[in-house]
Ligand binder design. Structure first.
Ligand code: BGC
Length: 914
């Protein structure tokens, strides 16, 4: 049959057939996403993946088939004509990772899509809400403009001098639209970070675009629909290009210009007129540029703004730009231009100060009550030329002044020079700080609490989790670790947001990643970052210690650290487990195998000992040095195991076999080298035991002995942990799995040093880098390395969800398609309420204990199933919604296991009681 006949007949048949079909009641299709994003603009994945979520209050509701319709225009879309793709009725219960399989998608294509599903009884749903995505500029030739810069002398960057960078260039360009417009799209990027306006209106809410990548290899562009911002007649583009990661200071080397020194802009506006004609406005030598009121602005150093130099209306039509210079066209970079695949960084929350003090005359300190990443909005009135200085800090000195020693080379200082006209409001443009306290000096008059407003920024990863329980300290811990995530997920997963570092440290990222997935949907975020990781892989196959890399020879050796480089394996594996994502595995498979080969080549005898890069060991442990070769070998074995699973799920059976064999071989050597006959592990540190147990490296008959030694070690430390970053991630999960949940709870609830509770007692509002960041005995730790916002020790969040609330993945099923609910009553917790909006929908687990009886209320999303463990001595004592659980609707009793009745259940809401 000819294509057009199919195109014409199919929708008709579909309409006829659906009209006569039974309609599904109580079934809603929500959260339609394309490449993990809602209605994304300008993507460059040519076969994007689609997903949706099913919601229903009917127990056991499921999808038996789906049909996706993708149309190229609204008319076709309304009539269910999938001229781009009509999947037809596909018998499948899949709702995510569905690969678009229609017409080839070219640059700029707008794709409208919807989905119908058939429920468990074969009844058809209402169609989903209409959704869309658009394609970006897929080919280099699509870009018609030139990169433009301002023709000024750029000071060369001498390391160590911490001098401010030059003023960022301001660009403008007027253009005329002489006909009514139907659609206008702007594609824009920069070397530096841009802020774009049209006719004085800000375009997009994102800050810091294009975000951090290895700009020598790829530069991300953003796409905005600007139809409503334009008018017929004259219009004006305004753009400022700040330094950002491209040309500003980065890391601790006091070095600007890590990727280049000259900021430049590339932009392309594509206008479609009502009459079908088009107009293009691009960056070129016709643009005008000038310096402006921003004297300097740097991510680490802060911003200096002189409002006396304001240029009112600079980005509107009436402005006279006679004094501006023509922009110069500069050489286009070698780097690839790619669409940004992740949520942009945005201002997420505003925080009013809880307190204001004046520890010294004229020195005002505002306390936000929360350590955040971002900046402060300043409100001030005063004479022209008055300079107000804002400095930022996480903690206070004993005299109430701000403690800034731990910022090292990051000046984190914003200065605002008043223009002297009425109330002036200042927010910096191209910087962020990690802080709870804002020091204000030079303020004309008496400030009050409205003088300062905290603006918290982070990558706009959607919030998906919540956790509360009856224990205030645990709630505070959960809050602190989510703030740690917010403050550090800024384009890449950084270690800290305040000092001169802020790098995408891989060890921190991998140990926290699973906890992160319970707080926010980080699928798109890590899709992007894995590209940075692969870009940073060395020619020999070494993954870096942080990604993106910086173009700094002195940092080239920062690679291959065990537990850091291994993030290159652990991140894709976690994405697969949590989101069912196999594409990330396929995409980075080659890179992962190169890493595996790199380790093997250096260590043919299967002990990972050869110095081929860094080895930080169990970083920041408390007087407990885990042998570095043990830690390294354990992680290598773990990599091999994960590789074999990932090979299997992507149909690479030979490689699955190879990596499984490698795992077995490393395990055998590990046992010879590190496991003693009585189950003790060489070095006898908590982390040594934890890694060996978590990574399945101990002979099964010795596992409980080893766990006993671990417990003994904790007991000898008066029931305290001594793990660093690496071990802490495994601590409570392993203790729980080995039958020591009482010990895990004890560690959770400790308030004496070292513990999570200890920092909370000292007023922590985020997770600290070190257990002893501040102690009563010694005060502040060495300022050389003492951040109060490092999320790594927040990895305990994983245990709170997976074990305490008991929301977990089935060990053999990815993406929460089959869920495991296994609550862990303990400590003195009376109730726990947790939720996770998974890729399959909302999972809820709430338990409470009263008079020794547990009530467990759970929600299992439509189209999924679960195994539920209800603490009980006998199944007969378990009730569900007031009736015996065994035999209740949607509930099947399967066995008794270790003090729990185990049930298989369908989707829906349940209330169990023992
Ligand atoms: C960072 C850590 C990082 C480490 C490597 C530190 O300076 O802040 O979080 O993982 O270096 O050991």
């Amino acid at each position: 049959m000819k294509r057009w006949i199919i195109a014409a007949v199919c929708p008709l048949l579909f309409l006829l057939s659906t009209c006569s079909e039974k309609k599904a009641a109580d079934l809603e299709i929500t959260n339609l996403r394309c490449e993990y994003l809602k209605n994304p603009l300008g993507i460059d994945v040519v076969q994007p993946r689609l997903s949706w979520v099913l919601e229903s209050s009917v127990r056991g509701q499921k999808q038996t088939a789906y049909r996706i319709i993708v149309s190229s225009n609204e008319e076709n879309f309304k009539r269910n004509r999938g001229d781009l793709w009509d999947s037809g009725k596909i018998k499948s219960d899949r709702t995510n990772q569905i690969v678009y399989n229609g017409q080839i998608l070219h640059s700029r294509k707008k794709c409208y899509w919807k989905v119908f599903v058939w429920d468990k009884d074969g009844a058809i749903s209402e169609n989903s809400k209409p959704s869309f995505w658009t394609m970006g500029l897929l080919a280099d030739e699509d870009w018609k403009g030139s990169w433009v810069a301002m023709d000024t002398a750029i000071p060369s960057s001498k390391p160590q001098d911490l001098a401010p960078g030059p003023p960022p260039p301001w660009f403008r360009r007027a253009f005329t639209l002489d006909k009514p417009v139907t659609r206008a799209t702007v594609y824009v990027t920069a070397r530096g970070i841009f802020r774009l306006t049209i006719n004085g209106n800000r375009i997009g809410k994102d800050v810091f675009a294009p975000e951090w990548t290895d700009y020598n290899k790829r530069i991300q562009y953003r796409t905005y629909d600007v139809t409503s911002k334009l008018k017929q007649g004259e219009n004006v583009f305004g753009a400022i290009v700040g330094d950002g990661w491209y040309s500003g200071y980065l890391g601790w080397r006091k070095q600007r210009g890590n990727y280049g020194l000259k900021n430049s802009l590339l932009l392309q506006l594509e206008v479609e007129y009502e009459d079908g004609t088009r107009k293009l406005v691009v960056t070129d030598g016709t643009w005008r540029c000038s310096e402006g009121p921003i004297i300097s602005s740097d991510l680490l150093m802060g911003e200096h703004y002189d409002a006396r130099k304001d240029m009112p209306g600079w980005d509107t039509v009436d402005f006279d730009d006679r004094d501006w210079k023509p922009a110069v066209e500069v050489k286009k970079p070698m780097a690839k231009l790619v669409a940004q695949p992740s949520e942009p960084v945005k201002v997420a929350t505003f925080i009013n100060p809880v307190d204001m003090t004046e520890p010294k005359k004229g020195v005002y300190v505002f306390d936000l009550g929360q350590n955040i990443s971002g900046w402060a909005r300043l409100r001030v009135r005063g004479g022209a030329g008055t300079q107000v200085t804002l400095r930022f800090a996480e903690r206070l000195n004993p005299d109430g002044t701000i403690y800034t020693a731990n910022l090292r080379g990051a000046k984190a200082t914003d200065t605002y020079v008043l223009k002297g006209k009425g109330e002036e409001v200042f927010e910096p443009h191209f910087t962020f700080h990690g802080f709870q306290y804002v020091e204000v000096t030079g303020f004309p008059g008496q400030p009050d609490k409205d003088t300062i407003l905290g603006c918290a920024v982070h990558s706009a990863t959607p919030l998906v989790g919540s956790f509360t329980c009856s224990h205030p300290m645990v709630n505070k811990l959960y809050e602190n670790l989510t703030w740690g995530q917010r403050g550090n997920y800024i384009s890449v997963p950084t270690d800290c947001p305040q000092r001169d570092e802020r790098l995408g440290w891989m060890g921190d990222a991998q140990i926290f990643i699973r906890a992160a997935t319970f707080n926010m949907d980080v699928a798109a975020f890590f899709t992007k970052w894995m590209v940075d990781v692969e870009d940073a892989q060395s020619e020999k196959g070494a993954f870096p210690d942080f990604a993106p890399r910086l173009k700094d020879k002195a940092l080239m050796g920062f690679e291959a650290a065990p537990a850091w480089g291994d993030a290159g394996i652990i991140v894709p594996w976690t994405m697969y487990r949590v989101y069912g994502d196999t594409r990330i595995i396929a995409k980075h498979w080659k890179a992962m195998t190169r890493w595996m080969d790199f380790i093997k080549e250096a260590n043919p005898n299967l002990i990972r000992r050869k110095k081929v890069g860094n080895n930080y060991g169990d970083w920041l442990s408390i007087k407990a040095d885990t042998p570095k070769d043990l830690l390294a070998t354990a992680y290598w074995a773990f990599d091999a195991k994960l590789m074999s699973i990932m090979a299997k799920v992507t149909g690479r059976s030979d490689e699955a076999f190879y990596y499984d064999k490698l795992f077995q071989n490393i395990k055998a050597v590990f046992q010879k080298e590190f496991v003693l006959p009585d189950g003790r592990i060489r070095g006898e540190t908590q982390t040594g035991y934890l890694l060996a147990l978590a990574m399945d490296l101990i002979p099964s008959k010795l596992r409980s002995n080893s766990a006993g030694h671990l417990m003994e070690n904790i007991r000898k430390k008066d029931w305290h942990l001594s793990t660093g970053f690496v071990g802490a991630g495994y601590l409570n999960p392993v203790l729980t799995q080995m039958g020591y949940s009482d010990v895990a709870y004890r560690l959770l609830l400790n308030e004496t040093f070292p513990s999570w509770g200890y920092s909370i007692k000292q007023g922590a509002t985020t997770i600290w880098e070190r257990w002893d960041g501040w102690t009563e005995e010694k005060g502040f730790q060495n300022p050389g390395m003492n951040s109060f916002n490092h999320y790594a020790f927040g990895s305990v969040g994983e245990w709170l969800f997976r074990f305490v609330a008991g929301i977990d993945l089935d060990p053999d099923v990815a993406g929460y398609k089959h869920i495991r609910i296994r609550p862990l009553p303990g400590g003195d917790l009376e109730f726990v309420q947790a939720e996770l909006n998974s890729i399959h929908g909302r999972i809820r687990s709430e338990w409470k204990i009263r008079e020794g009886k547990i009530t467990l209320n759970i929600t299992i999303p439509a189209n999924t199933t679960a195994t539920v463990f209800v603490p009980a001595e006998d199944v007969s004592q378990v009730m569900e919604s007031g009736k015996p659980a065994a035999g209740a609707e949607g509930v099947k009793f399967v066995r008794m296991e270790k003090g729990s009745a185990v049930f298989e259940i369908d989707s829906g809401n349940y209330s169990f009681r023992n």
